[in-house]
Design a protein. Structure first.
Length: 92
């Protein structure tokens, strides 16, 4: 898998339920990131997220990194559709 980056820092909102798995993937790939919890996201930033076609205005967090946001959201959906066994293979 080719990881897509942007030149500048990006902010990508993801469903909080995915944050632990996403964090493992980010660490495995040695990607610099910061996860900001929903209640700590500044008012001027975008709020809410879309996960597997559903919009959530609660239970989300923001991943700040240099990953391309559109590409990263595809990875989050991919991880969300994996079984635990598939995910273990994906991050090992």
């Amino acid at each position: 898998m080719i990881i897509k980056y942007d030149d500048q820092e990006t902010r990508t909102n993801i469903f909080s339920m995915m944050s632990k798995k996403v964090e493992l993937w980010l660490q495995k790939n040695k990607i610099e990131y910061k996860i900001i919890k929903e209640h700590d996201i500044p008012d001027e930033w975008e709020h809410g997220c879309t996960y597997q076609g559903k919009t959530f205005m609660k239970h989300y967090c923001c991943v700040v990194s240099k990953l391309n946001s559109e590409w990263f959201l595809q990875v989050v959906d991919l991880i969300g559709n994996m079984t635990e066994e598939e995910f273990k293979g994906f991050v090992s």
